[in-house]
Design a protein around this ligand. Structure first.
Ligand code: NAP
Length: 277
């Protein structure tokens, strides 16, 4: 069946004004010579179900879904990938030409690709990992690390109960107290910040890196700013670092493929387009 719907997709969130995804998709449309449109959709939680049902009827090929709609988007889909089910949330929705709705979660793929490209030679299987945070992003990180063979994951979150709920769904994850996060770095191969600490406008992430082995890789999911306090402190100690922007870029790639049928590149030009003024 030929798909003659216009090349239109978007991103649903509340709030959504800060999203850099439109820049990302606009860049790929330009590179591929496509007359496509990718629009930010400011959707209040109480309006989500109605808008979600209406978008395919308006010809949308799909949407990305961000806070606070990721769980709802999965629950209301007709089918879901294993990743979306394991993570318990969807970020990529395909409105199929037959009217059905498919849900995927590409955040874990984004984490994995970002680490593979940003730190060649590093492997999650090299040793235990410490993950900070127990929100939606942390769920994707746990899934990615587990899939990549991390032998042990130590999870620390300010609200310990949330970490315990999350750990219960992921074998091999042990919870450590937030106040013990620095000591937990001993013998680890990887540290990932999946809290919102360190974002422009948020409090800094306080963590003493003194116990970190010299070979430990540090990844911050926060990408505004690119050089967070954590990344800067890790570099000062000679540790390898990967910033969070690559996750944003990579997680979008499967969506572009599914909606528009072309395989876009994640490269320096894309980074510049997303970071540009
Ligand atoms: P979320 O569900 O709201 O979770 C926020 C997390 O930050 C929770 O673990 C929360 O702990 C913790 N936190 C917030 N304020 C804190 C504080 N003052 N002290 C200690 N912990 C604090 O958010 P999310 O969706 O998981 O996103 C987390 C971060 O990842 C955000 O900065 C987001 O921008 C980034 N992110 C990046 C990408 C990317 O593509 N690079 C993708 C997704 C998310 P409590 O449970 O105790 O509240």
């Amino acid at each position: 069946m030929t798909d003659d719907r216009p090349l239109v997709a978007g991103v649903m969130g509340w709030p959504i004004g800060h999203s850099r995804s439109p820049r990302l998709f606009d860049h790929w449309f330009r590179v591929h010579g496509m007359a496509g449109r990718y629009v930010p959709l400011a959707v209040r939680p109480e309006d989500f179900a109605e808008v979600y049902r209406a978008l395919p009827r308006a010809g949308f090929r799909g949407v990305n879904v961000t806070v606070p709609h990721k769980i709802d988007a999965l629950a209301r889909a007709d089918r879901a990938t294993d990743a979306a089910r394991a993570i318990g949330a969807a970020n990529t929705i395909v409105f199929e030409a037959d009217g059905s709705i498919s849900a995927d979660n590409t955040d874990a793929y984004g984490v994995a690709r970002n680490l593979a490209e940003g730190a060649p030679g590093w492997s999650a299987a090299d040793g235990p990992a410490v993950v900070l945070g127990a929100g939606g992003a942390a769920r994707a990180v746990l899934f990615a690390l587990r899939e990549a063979g991390a032998p042990e994951i130590r999870l620390a979150n300010r609200t310990r109960e949330k970490a315990e709920v999350l750990a219960a769904g992921f074998p091999g994850v042990t919870v450590v107290d937030w106040d013990e996060r620095a000591g937990a770095l001993s013998g680890t191969a990887t540290l990932i910040n999946a809290t919102s600490l360190g974002m422009t406008g948020a409090a800094p992430l306080e963590i003493d890196l003194g116990a970190a082995p010299q070979g430990m890789l540090v990844n911050d999911l926060v990408y505004t700013p690119l050089a967070t306090g954590l990344i800067t402190a890790a570099r000062a100690r000679g540790l390898r670092t990967v910033d969070g922007l690559g996750m944003l870029l990579h997680q979008a790639r499967p969506a572009f493929r599914a909606w528009f049928g072309a395989d876009p590149a994640v490269d320096g030009a894309l980074r510049d387009a997303v970071l540009g003024p």
